[in-house]
Design a protein around this ligand. Structure first.
Ligand SMILES: NC(=O)C1=CN([C@@H]2O[C@H](COP(=O)(O)OP(=O)(O)OC[C@H]3O[C@@H](n4cnc5c(N)ncnc54)[C@H](OP(=O)(O)O)[C@@H]3O)[C@@H](O)[C@H]2O)C=CC1
Ligand SMILES: Nc1nc2c(ncn2[C@@H]2O[C@H](COP(=O)(O)O)[C@@H](O)[C@H]2O)c(=O)[nH]1
Length: 328
């Protein structure tokens, strides 16, 4: 049962503990997720304006997790082969339609086994997703399967019981999302509380997906039980981001659109996302490094020396007042 009392990122402050390290550089931000260990618990969203082949290669080469999107389905098999030819891990997304089941069979027949497969649909607590998890696990048992998206403990349990190795939590908190407005449903506005509820039910890792607006929100996601944090808008404005560059009144932006937007779908049918511009932010390497430095600081404030120490800190609920109009 979902409690009526819920909160989101801006309502929470983590409470500091005594520092036990002499330099933030001593704080270890690395995370084991599935078969591999990554530098930070951050993954760019599997969206067409956030990740592409080139960025995926760069991320894998630099020990960052990535999930390739599923919107050029005909290129996915070659993508897996190309990554493996370069001795890099392959991490792809799939849907749940018949052609996606067939694609899994195709990969299995060719023995091209992606290290990670993310089942990516809007309402992941569905029989179609359970069928897909079981299909992947029977044909590609060595792939680590991430299933989503969900927003309830029941959904996490059911997908885990079906064989998912991790679940992705977040229905409607995304920046380009209009699910809450179009359907009345979702975790938009209480995403952090949803992560907490889902993580308490989970026996396997969860990914917090959507709603990250500041680097500190990554630490908050970890505190409430996430093992990995998926980020769209905050990572869509970079030199390497696939969206086009747009200049308005001397300011530079990049395009960012929802995977369920009219732009992505090419038709106004079951639209639950919009297109928007995000500020240009330069090289993604700098942003990821800043995220790592900020997480190292978070670990030091937690009184620890590793990521999981953030899980142990107290928190206070400050009901939106924390921002006080702050921004940077
Ligand atoms: N995280 C989030 O809050 C959200 C994310 N998205 C993203 O948008 C993209 C498109 O998502 P999605 O529309 O699911 O993908 P698809 O259009 O590929 O739909 C996947 C399948 O699920 C069916 N389906 C979709 N939604 C529902 C539903 N509410 N009830 C029953 N069946 C459903 C579709 O059939 P049919 O189309 O005939 O219904 C289709 O067969 C994905 O990348 C997804 O992650 C979209 C919305 C919310
Ligand atoms: N409701 C919708 N959610 C979407 C859509 N496209 C992507 N998404 C989700 O948003 C996050 C990224 O959120 P952000 O706050 O970091 O920008 C992404 O990972 C998806 O889960 C959409 O069209 N509608």
């Amino acid at each position: 049962m979902i409690p009526a009392e819920v909160f989101d990122y801006e309502d929470i402050q983590l409470v500091p503990n005594k520092c036990i390290i002499d330099s933030r550089s001593q704080a270890d931000t690395s995370v084991k997720f599935g078969p591999k260990t990554f530098k930070i618990p951050v993954v760019p969203a599997n969206m067409e304006t956030v990740i592409n082949d080139e960025l995926a290669v760069w991320m894998a080469e630099h020990d960052y997790f990535y999930v390739m999107h599923r919107f050029q389905p005909e290129k996915r098999h070659a993508f897996v082969k190309t990554m493996h030819d370069q001795d890099l891990f392959a991490s792809i997304s799939v849907g749940v339609k018949q052609e996606e089941l067939d694609f899994i069979q195709e990969l299995a027949d060719a023995n091209d086994v992606p290290e990670y497969i993310t089942i990516d649909i809007a309402h992941g607590h569905a029989n179609s997703v359970i069928r897909m998890i079981q299909h992947i696990k029977s044909l590609l048992p060595d792939s680590f399967v991430i299933a989503g998206n969900v927003g309830t403990p029941e959904a996490v349990r059911e997908l885990e019981n079906a064989g998912a190795d991790a679940t992705k939590v977040g229905i409607g908190p995304g920046k380009a999302c209009i699910t809450k407005l179009k359907t009345g449903f979702g975790t938009g506005g209480w995403q952090l509380a949803a992560i907490r509820l889902c993580a308490k039910a989970a026996k396997k890792p969860i990914i917090a997906d959507g709603g990250i607006r500041y680097n500190g929100d990554i630490a908050k996601s970890i505190r409430f039980g996430a093992s990995m944090v998926m980020i769209g808008s905050l990572l869509a404005g970079h030199l390497q981001s696939p969206g086009s560059v747009i200049k308005i009144d001397g300011k530079t932006f990049k395009q960012y659109w929802g995977s369920a937007s009219e732009t992505q779908k090419g038709a106004y049918r079951n639209v639950e996302g919009k297109q928007m511009l995000v500020p240009y932010r330069g090289d993604i390497a700098d942003t990821l490094e800043e995220m790592q430095e900020d997480l190292q600081s978070s670990i030091s404030y937690a009184g620890g020396d590793k990521l999981s120490d953030i899980r142990l800190v107290d928190y206070v609920i400050v009901r939106n007042s924390v921002m006080n109009g702050d921004s940077y």
